[in-house]
Design a protein. Structure first.
Length: 497
């Protein structure tokens, strides 16, 4: 090879090695559904900071979780391994450390996303809820402390200490019937907090993240910020409730007979309690107040990014671990396989790669995030990853996808996992008991009419069914003798939430 060409090659290699890696701001939100203005919104809601983020990148308007529950969804994002291969479909409580490595043999040696970036020269900082933990279960966390250079406060008790609770009126004194879901601590409930934002958990995590963004940029940064609201309990400072007066609350679209042609999610008792006690409007108010509070915290992160020397070259990803029902299909929370449960907000800003303010209905699964971030940062994709990079859709929102989105769940008492696939238009679900549902989202966005038996859609049904995992992994449970269990094996509880 001529000497000049060789020198040029060396020069190019040197320049690309010296080019700064993009920083990553990775924002995880808990239980955020489509009640936000860049997606379908809800009457009375505007989320100006999520709109601001949407204007800077690509809105994935048809993105879905891999599993509709916190723990399995987050492990799938952070390892890139889909539940149909790991067998991790459900929330498993009583952990203190990355017990998911023991829960599923497939995950034992999986490289966590932040650790992968660390291994390639990044400083990995995390705060709040990235892996599963709850406000009311101190020390119960599935975080992997080894995956981070630094974590805000205790990585194995990241959120519980920072959320105040209001003075609660006992249900009996308030004239409510016994049997509130999750019990009388009113965790399934809505109440304003009479404290300033500064005294709430997500605000503190964001303050910490703002401090990280203000540091001199000496090393590429992978910064993960996990925000807990709008997860229950819907308790945020009163000013966010004041944005959504009770008399202005509109209930989501619903049909009384909606489940007549659908699978029973097993949670109708929750909805019965809400309706019986006239709490539906109150709970929607609490959720919307929490969404407004969350949007404000996202804005504070974007402000800090704009003021940071890293701002211009930072990739921003915001995702929620699954969607959320507020009475649609007589369901509350998640743990189902409809669009309302599995569809998540997903925004990706990728400077120099993605168009600004664009939108796509290309189907995405959250397991696609791991390979996407690798490709954007120029890192190799670990072999463990099941997803497909979204970079083609970042470059061109109309670029086709090789497969639809795939979500899996296990319903109590059923012999095997249930799976759902979503393409640009249709959604097909095959449950563990063999029951099927098929919806045409273009004509029926609320999934009121199950058309699985409609001969006119037999072709669509067959086409989508071919994308179901033919042999999904059996559901794993809590392993005996894991060093990451809080309590001795056998006492830890496996729960559906
Ligand atoms: Ca969640």
């Amino acid at each position: 090879m001529p000497r000049l060409a060789c020198s040029l090659l060396v020069l190019v290699a040197t320049l690309s090695a010296a080019a700064p890696r993009p920083d990553v701001l990775f924002i995880a939100v808990d239980d955020l559904n489509d009640y936000i203005s860049p997606l379908d919104a809800h009457p009375g809601v505007r989320t100006p900071n999520l709109e601001r983020l949407a204007r800077r990148g690509v809105t994935f308007a048809n993105a879905h979780c891999a599993a509709p529950a916190c723990h399995p969804s987050r492990v799938a994002v952070m390892t890139g391994v889909h539940p149909v291969r790991s067998g991790l479909y459900l929330n498993l409580f009583g952990a203190h450390g990355p017990r998911w490595r023991d829960e599923s043999p497939v995950l034992r040696d999986a490289v966590v996303l932040s650790a992968h970036f660390r291994a390639h020269g990044y400083r990995a900082a995390g705060g709040g809820k990235i892996f599963h933990s709850l406000q009311w279960t101190p020390g119960d966390s599935q975080n992997d402390p080894a995956a981070w250079d630094e974590y805000f406060r205790d990585p194995l008790d990241p959120i519980s200490a920072d959320w105040p609770r209001p003075a609660l009126v006992p249900d009996a004194a308030a004239g409510l019937t016994p049997g509130r879901p999750l019990g009388d601590r009113q965790l399934f409930g809505a109440a304003p907090l009479d404290v300033p934002d500064e005294d709430t958990g997500d605000h503190r995590v964001v303050d910490w993240a703002r401090g990280i963004l203000a540091r001199p940029p000496e090393q590429p940064l992978f910064l993960a910020v996990g925000l807990f609201r709008p997860h229950i309990p819907w308790e945020v400072p009163r000013r966010w409730f004041d944005l959504h007066p009770l008399e202005s609350i509109v209930l989501p679209r619903h049909r009384a007979d909606d489940l007549a042609d659908a699978h029973d999610h097993g949670r109708t008792a929750w909805h019965r309690w809400v309706v019986e006690n006239r709490q539906w409007e109150r709970f929607v108010q609490g959720y919307l107040a929490s969404v407004s509070y969350l949007d404000h915290q996202v804005g504070r992160l974007l402000d800090a990014l704009d003021a940071s020397p890293r701002g211009a070259r930072t990739i921003v990803v915001l995702w929620s671990d699954h969607g959320f029902h507020l009475g649609e299909k007589a369901n509350w929370e998640k743990f189902a396989l409809w669009d309302q449960t599995t569809r998540v907000p997903l925004f990706i800003r990728a400077p120099g790669v993605a168009g600004e303010g664009t939108r796509t209905r290309a189907p995405a699964t959250l397991t696609d995030l791991y390979p996407t971030l690798c490709e954007l940062a120029g890192l190799p994709v670990p072999v463990q990853c099941d997803g497909l990079s979204l970079v083609p859709q970042l470059r061109d929102p109309s670029a086709p996808r090789a497969r639809p989105a795939l979500t899996a769940h296990v319903f109590r008492g059923e012999p095997g996992p249930s799976q759902a696939v979503a393409d640009e238009r249709y959604r097909f679900i095959r449950y563990g008991n063999g029951f099927e549902e098929l919806y045409d989202l273009r004509r029926d966005p609320d999934e009121f009419d199950n058309r699985a038996a409609d001969p006119a859609l037999a072709g669509e049904r067959a086409r989508l069914a071919a994308f179901l995992a033919p042999r999904p992994a059996a559901s794993v449970g809590i392993p005996a003798g894991s060093v990451h269990s809080l309590r001795p094996a056998g006492k830890a509880k496996k729960q559906a939430r």
